[in-house]
Design a protein around this ligand. Structure first.
Ligand SMILES: [Zn+2]
Length: 480
């Protein structure tokens, strides 16, 4: 069952096989119009002309393709972790801590753009809270003493205690409590940040899947009544679905555990994967879906023999909590409701593991030695590989790169692998990195009617195209 799920993802969304097949018959102009509305919102226009365009990117001058050896025989068992090290997406700095290298940073930036777009569409505002959280705020809710050893604690020169905030309910509730009392007319307030989070993980493993520091998006919402807060809760869950949907991921929204965050209602967004450390119960027939640790799953809601319950390992990539007044009470954070009465804020909090999503989608989409990204967040959309022995091939590569760069949605999305190595070797590396399209410039490019080999790396399909056909293909590519 899991296998078929994965196959479906591959063919439906992450890859663009149909795009690839259809492009020969489709006129470029029509396609450009189809994409117009989408591109207007997502990309700034770049009117620089191909002449003098300075944005050519040469692999020979970039910190990537470092000749890493695939860690086959190492102790690592997690496919995406191995691929991330091999393709120079990350580099381990210490046990459980990873530096994000330039290719990885591009992917993360694109993922963040999608998150920003979807959260802004439901009225969320982006902000940033301090990384150091004063102990006195954490003591107000009792979590300073209750949260255990995963909290990184430190003391300044004046002996004041702080922690490296792994989550910010205390800090944000204190912000609202310190400001003027808001009327229900201003609500809901929805504020989020995307920042580094820290957790003193006892046994870090699998790279970003269980690290000691990671990038996380945390959103906090404030409403006057429980009904309003529930409505807000549902709108955020829908935004989460759109984010994961745009990545083409086959996710499950399941009833979640409340853990040390608390609250009355909770959902997790899960990706089925053998390496996953969570277990989810999902029934395709009646729609029941819950984390195995919840009461709902343990009460075996779904024991009817006609039900299609499946139990599988999975990776949690998002979590939402309806908190009620748990935090606002401790901080005396109040607002005025419709009856002009003062009441505690009804809160919600919502996390998305940004660096975890990056790796989890590679875990579920990729094969053993080749990264498959959701195309929209691939680090670059095109890699052009000119034959090393003929200089003309490099000039052609540059000119195709310039052409592609004039398409506003593809500006900056092309690299030229100009290294003095065999085409087959560079192609192998390009597939490992997961550029959706690789163009090789070989002898056929030097004919009177030049043709270029275009490889759809996800589907392992290749065909020869004219420059016009490459332009048509480029019109169909979705970027963020
Ligand atoms: Zn069922």
């Amino acid at each position: 069952m899991m296998l078929s799920g994965k196959t479906r993802q591959m063919s439906l969304v992450a890859c663009s096989s149909q795009t690839f097949l259809k492009l020969c018959q489709t006129p470029a102009v029509c396609l450009a119009q189809c994409n117009m509305s989408r591109s207007l919102n997502t990309r700034q226009t770049n009117n620089s002309s191909p002449e003098g365009y300075s944005g050519r990117k040469y692999v020979s001058k970039m910190y990537q393709n470092l000749g890493n050896v695939y860690p086959e025989s190492s102790k690592l068992v997690c496919k995406s972790h191995k691929l991330f090290l091999y393709a120079s997406i990350v580099q381990q700095c210490y046990f459980g801590g990873y530096n994000l290298l330039p290719l990885g940073q591009r992917v993360q930036d694109k993922l963040i753009k999608i998150i920003d777009q979807e959260l802004e569409s439901i009225g969320c505002q982006k902000m940033a809270m301090t990384t150091l959280a004063p102990a006195k705020l954490w003591k107000k809710t009792g979590r300073w003493d209750n949260i255990g050893h995963e909290l990184f604690r430190l003391t300044d020169r004046k002996k004041t205690d702080f922690c490296l905030g792994p989550t910010h309910e205390e800090v944000i509730t204190n912000i609202l409590a310190s400001g003027p009392m808001l009327s229900y007319k201003r609500l809901p307030i929805k504020m989020y940040q995307i920042t580094k989070k820290f957790r003193d993980e006892n046994s870090p493993k699998y790279g970003f899947l269980r690290g000691r520091e990671f990038d996380m998006k945390d959103l906090y919402t404030f409403d006057a009544t429980l009904e309003d807060a529930t409505e807000t809760y549902n709108s955020v869950c829908q935004a989460y679905s759109r984010i994961l949907g745009r990545l083409g991921l086959d996710y499950h929204q399941v009833i979640g555990t409340t853990g040390n965050i608390g609250g009355s209602l909770s959902h997790e967004f899960q990706l089925q994967a053998d390496i996953g450390e969570d277990t989810i119960h999902v029934c395709k027939k009646c729609g029941f879906a819950a984390n195995a640790e919840t009461e709902e799953a343990q009460n075996k809601h779904c024991t009817d023999k006609s039900c299609g319950l499946s139990i599988s390992p999975s990776i949690e990539v998002g979590h939402s909590f309806l908190l009620g007044t748990k935090y606002s009470k401790h901080f005396d954070a109040k607002c005025k409701d419709r009856q002009a009465k003062n009441g505690f804020y009804q809160m919600g909090c919502y996390g998305l593991g940004v660096s975890r999503i990056m790796q989890a989608c590679v875990e579920v989409l990729s094969s053993e030695k080749k990264i498959v990204w959701p195309q929209i967040i691939a680090p670059y959309q095109f890699c052009i590989i000119p034959l090393e022995s003929k200089k003309e091939c490099l000039s052609i590569a540059e000119s195709i790169s310039d052409d592609l760069n004039t398409n506003p949605r593809l500006s900056g999305e092309v690299v030229i692998d100009d290294r003095d190595k065999q085409v087959t070797f560079r192609l192998f590396e390009a597939k490992a990195i997961g550029y959706p399209y690789v163009i090789t410039i070989k002898d056929k490019a030097l004919q009177d009617q030049p043709e270029f080999e275009v490889i759809d790396t996800c589907n392992n399909e290749s065909r020869f195209m004219t420059r016009e056909q490459i332009q048509n293909l480029s019109m169909l590519i979705e970027t963020v």
